[in-house]
Ligand binder design. Structure first.
Ligand SMILES: [Zn+2]
Length: 265
């Protein structure tokens, strides 16, 4: 009975958040349905501790993306609609975390579900923070594989600011995970989640530099992950990587590596 009430409250709460984010243009229509699903699973099957982490990821990453979108608008990239997450992005970021919230419901007395959940969210948060704040780095980023300087925003490029941002993003989720941990041990939980978060976002950059599908926009003469259309509306042409390995799958891989680190440790 208590679980049924928790589940109903979870649906209402997730619907409220998804609707608010849709109205604030942080989520597209499909993204809002995705958030309702992910939120219901995590709040309903996990509970309030799990909800705290999901909200910290969702609020901090949406806020950063919105600020970045405004900055881009100021730089006169006026066609960039920027920052609305769709269903694919929501599932790529929250899908793995939802699975571990579900596993927690089936295995309520184990610690690995919480560690994997926290590390997975730490990874996607680290990646989002690095993407949005890394562009502020004063010098050009360097490709993670070759160390060659590349243009800002290039997939697989890393920088000092980006790496510090990744650390901050992972640390926020990890510290909260330690604070509200269902079984205590603050330092263990925080340490594992930070490590999972950093390695997950590193994996993301590695894929971006090697096998992720990368496109070129002939109108802006820029490398991009966007396909079939660039943010300016021009069709993009593939220049490297595996065609099926899009940005959502790379983010999913980032979340999965984070979760695996949390699970194994
Ligand atoms: Zn373009």
């Amino acid at each position: 009975m208590l679980q049924l009430i928790q589940f109903i409250l979870a649906i209402l709460f997730a619907a409220f958040i998804a609707y608010a984010a849709f109205r604030a243009r942080s989520l597209s229509r499909s993204g809002a349905w995705g958030a309702l699903l992910v939120g219901t699973v995590i709040f309903g099957l996990g509970g309030w501790r799990w909800a705290v982490l999901l909200l910290a990821f969702f609020i901090s990453s949406s806020a950063l993306t919105r600020t970045a979108a405004k900055r881009k608008a100021a730089l006169n990239e006026k066609f960039d609609k920027g920052g609305q997450r769709d269903l694919g992005q929501v599932l790529a970021n929250g899908g793995i975390a939802s699975i571990f919230a579900g596993l927690n419901f089936i295995f309520p007395h184990v610690t690995w579900t919480w560690l994997a959940f926290a590390a997975s969210l730490a990874a996607v948060n680290a990646d989002t923070w690095a993407t949005e704040l890394g562009v502020l780095n004063p010098s050009m980023p360097r490709l993670i594989t070759s160390g060659k300087p590349v243009e800002r925003g290039t997939s697989g490029g890393i920088s000092v600011y980006g790496t510090l941002a990744a650390l901050g993003g992972a640390a926020l989720i990890a510290a909260l995970a330690g604070l509200v941990s269902p079984f205590g041990s603050f330092w263990l939980v925080t340490g594992v989640a930070i490590l999972g978060g950093l390695l997950g976002s590193l994996f993301d950059s590695l894929l971006g530099a090697t096998i992720q599908a990368i496109y070129h926009c002939p109108h802006c003469d820029k490398e991009t992950e966007k396909h079939p259309l660039h943010t300016c509306g021009t069709p993009t042409v593939q220049v490297r990587g595996w065609k099926w390995l899009n940005n959502d799958l790379v983010n999913l891989g980032c979340a999965l590596v984070g979760a695996l680190i949390g699970f194994v440790l």
